[in-house]
Design a protein around this ligand. Structure first.
Ligand SMILES: C[S@@+](CC[C@H](N)C(=O)[O-])C[C@H]1O[C@@H](n2cnc3c(N)ncnc32)[C@H](O)[C@@H]1O
Length: 284
């Protein structure tokens, strides 16, 4: 049962990102969203989902996204999940990979606490750490999965270098990400881009194209890299779903509802104009 969102001190810290990104903007954002972001599916998912035709259930779409990303990872091995959200994905990763050991990395410590029961169910070890400085030994894992988190990292190349270091030879990196395919040219696009950078605590320098992301992965030492663009299977249905959640949430403070509505309209604009794309990436 969704609870009525309350305004918290973390929400005010989140607002301060409009002025200054600060040291750990991702944690500021996710501490502010708490463990029951009012328009997200109620069971702890924080990704947009991979929607099959006729799919109407957001949790199933989120689960399908994670299962699709987990499928190429080596079975019965050591798997590292980077940016694990509220842990809803970890039982799915465990099921699909039968991981011998699963490590859930998150820069937002509060999310590791909120997701503790889900991590326990997945027999996953929580690790509070930054994706660009993983406190893990060289060649200590066979699989790395990262679901919809890399656009938050302070540097994608630093994350790819860490992934290459931590993976043993033949290891697999599987992830989803959002790219910026061209610079926002028109005032409405520029406003939408700038507002979302601030709202989500993202660095402008981290916004880059699919082609550039692929090149960064190769530069880090991965040889086989596949990038699949699946914007229509992710962004369109997710925006429709989140809008319907918003319509149902008359109890949320008006400021939240107006802000969320504006954000969804801006995502829609950026998608329609081809500024942003949603990517599924596998590298080994
Ligand atoms: C959009 S959420 C996705 C959550 C989750 N993967 C899911 O699908 O529900 C992004 C996640 O990445 C985490 N994150 C952001 N920056 C990070 C970093 N530098 N290192 C580790 N985790 C990070 C956030 O705390 C958050 O849990």
């Amino acid at each position: 049962m969704p609870t009525m969102p309350r305004v918290t001190p973390e929400n005010f810290r989140h607002l301060s990102l409009l002025l200054r990104l600060g040291k750990n903007p991702a944690a500021t954002v996710y501490e502010s969203l708490g463990d029951d972001f009012f328009i997200a599916p109620p069971d702890g998912w924080l990704n947009l989902g991979l929607w099959e035709p006729g799919q109407h259930d957001a949790s199933n779409a989120s689960e399908h996204l994670v299962a699709t990303l987990a499928a190429p990872l080596p079975k019965h091995s050591v798997v590292v999940d980077v940016g694990n959200g509220l842990g809803a994905q970890d039982p799915v990763i465990k099921d699909v990979t039968q991981a011998r050991s699963l490590i859930a990395v998150n820069i937002t410590e509060a999310q590791l606490r909120y997701g503790a029961a889900r991590l326990k169910r997945a027999d996953a070890a929580p690790l509070a750490a930054d994706a660009t400085r993983l406190p893990l030994r060289d060649a200590s894992a066979e699989g790395i999965i990262s679901v919809e988190a890399a656009f938050h990292f302070s540097s994608r190349p630093a994350f790819f270098a860490e992934a290459r270091r931590v993976l043993s030879p033949g290891g697999v990196l599987s992830m989803s990400d959002v790219s910026m395919e061209r610079f926002p040219l028109w005032p409405d696009e520029a406003l939408a881009g700038a507002a979302n950078l601030r709202l989500w605590g993202l660095k402008a320098s981290n916004m880059t194209s699919a082609t550039r992301i692929e090149a960064q992965i190769r530069t880090a030492g991965f040889s086989q890299v596949e990038v699949r663009r699946c914007t229509a299977e992710v962004l369109e249905p997710a925006i429709a779903y989140l809008s319907s959640r918003l319509d149902a949430h008359h109890d949320a403070p008006m400021l939240y509802r107006a802000g969320a509505r504006l954000m969804l309209a801006q995502w829609s604009l950026l998608r329609r104009r081809g500024v942003i794309e949603y990517l599924l990436i596998t590298a080994s």
